[in-house]
Write a protein that binds this ligand. Sequence first.
Ligand code: URP
Ligand code: ZN
Ligand code: ZN
Ligand code: ZN
Length: 462
Amino acid sequence: MEELDLILKEGQIVTASDIYTADLAISDGKIRLIGSHLDCTAKKIVNAKGKYVLPGGIDVHTHLDMPFGGTVASDNFETGTIAAACGGTTTIVDFAIQPQGATLAETAAQWQEKAAGKAAIDYAFHIAITDMNDAIMKEMPQAIQSGYSSFKLFMTYDGFRVTDDTLLKALKIAKEQGGLVCVHAENYYIIDYLVKQFKAENKNEPIYHALSRPNLAEAEAVNRAITMAKLAGAPLYIVHLSCRESLEELKRARALGLPVMAETCPQYLLLDEDKYREPDFAGAKYVMSPPLRHKESLEPLWKGLKNGDLQAVATDHCPFFFQGQKEMGRGFFGQIPNGAPGVETRMMLLFGIGVSGKKISLQKMVEITATNPAKIFGMYPRKGTIAVGSDADLVLFDPARSLTIIKSILHEHVDYTPYEGFNIQGYPVMTIAGGKIVAENGTFTGKAGTGNFIKRSAPVLI
Ligand code: URP
Ligand code: ZN
Ligand code: ZN
Ligand code: ZN
């Protein structure tokens, strides 16, 4: 047989359904053989004994090089994908945000250009429709055909948000054409009213960002989006679901058999609203939308993942430097750019706290970080599992390695991590993307520009 590129010896292979010991052979970027004591040679052999071998992480929610809130997210496609690789993520799905007046084709081309020659891992795009009209609606089928099979619609943010009728129309087209609509669900008017009220009362500190976006503002919008999806007979994916009230809406819909799916993010599982009270404006580091919630929302979200009520964990990686960017909002929380970094820490937190802390099983971690994201966003089984013929995108975890997360060990192009001081048990010691070792022990060993655009198919509903 052809010469193999790489063999991983005696690792514990983990999929969404199994854990077993095997050798894994790779050539030309694909998994070629899986079996015990494979009798073959390769250019490189890695002893994976004592390590878990997982499908590489798929992060279906990143914002690289995105103009937002009067500034631009600080990771570009080079720094952001290098950080992802170092953290065990091998595919991202970023949001191509439609500039006002642009066509979907122009939007896609613009974001392709941002990624070309820069991405160190594979990438795909959702198209965020911000300016809907008849011509854009007519363009949606072509976008789906071209591999942009999911769309994001914002129910809040001036400049981005769409009205309910637009959401309904988009859902109908997605349903007819085999696409998927994702929503940022928050009630614009509740937020607008509370922001103006706090401003008038001279309440300008970061905590008022959270207080102006209550749980119910999210849960109401989740319920409304579900209602639209039900009317359209369409599937729906809710991004960054953050609180238990929204989870209840999701559970109710799923109990009715509706094809509604949702992701949450590490920040909503591990951090809470008290962060906004950190002194010296440090609370601004956690200003994101939806905001961090009360402690009481954390355990229900873990439970939601464990029980399958929530289908995925993505990051909403949207970094802004504290110095110079977050600081734009020193005088008023409404001017703090919304978003926080997380693309590099997702996998280590889910393993190091979620699995090691017995909140979820190792198979569940694979399901929510790789298998379900690949299925929902039309990349399965090319990605999201460990099987012969699948892309050789893998991450090796050493369960014996413990680590304290500090900013200086991370590659995200930003001056802080929300997870500073977090202790994790288990660490991603090697990342393999497209059959190449792209990161080892927290060092990037790959090459920027080697990632490929992934054309995605219709969603598999979970
Ligand atoms: O605060 C956030 N989440 N920033 C990124 C944009 C979005 O809403 O996903
Ligand atoms: Zn052989
Ligand atoms: Zn959003
Ligand atoms: Zn986002």
